[in-house]
Ligand binder design. Structure first.
Ligand code: HEM
Length: 88
């Protein structure tokens, strides 16, 4: 995915709850790599589990399928994975 575009998507749709890779709603479920490994369903080190959760939502996180284009979801997942690997 296009990481630069993903940053724009993140700022517009995710940062309200995930500023700086944190989680203002459920504080332990951050976007840090260690948290993705612990809490994100089916996370295997690539973007696919992020794409799945963004598309479908989970608990208090809304679903973005139908609100964002598939390529926007792919881009924001690439951005989140890149930042997680870099330690935000
Ligand atoms: C969890 C990404 C928007 C609230 C997560 C996780 C990811 C993620 C990857 C898994 C983190 C983990 O389990 O450690 C995104 C992206 C967003 C977005 C890319 C924008 C497209 C939002 C928004 C909210 C939100 C707007 C608040 C209204 C949550 C909550 C969880 C979560 C509450 C924990 C869900 C659970 O396991 O119960 N998010 N998120 N997210 N997010 Fe988001």
């Amino acid at each position: 995915g296009d990481i630069a575009n993903g940053e724009q998507v993140f700022t517009g749709n995710c940062a309200a709850c995930h500023a700086g890779g944190q989680n203002s709603v459920q504080q332990e479920k951050t976007l840090e790599l260690s948290s993705l490994k612990s809490y994100l369903a089916n996370f295997n080190g690539d973007e696919s589990a992020i794409v799945y959760q963004v598309t479908n939502g989970k608990n208090a996180m809304p679903a973005f399928g139908g609100r964002l284009e598939d390529d926007e979801i792919a881009d924001v997942a690439s951005y989140v994975l890149s930042k997680a690997k870099a330690g935000w």
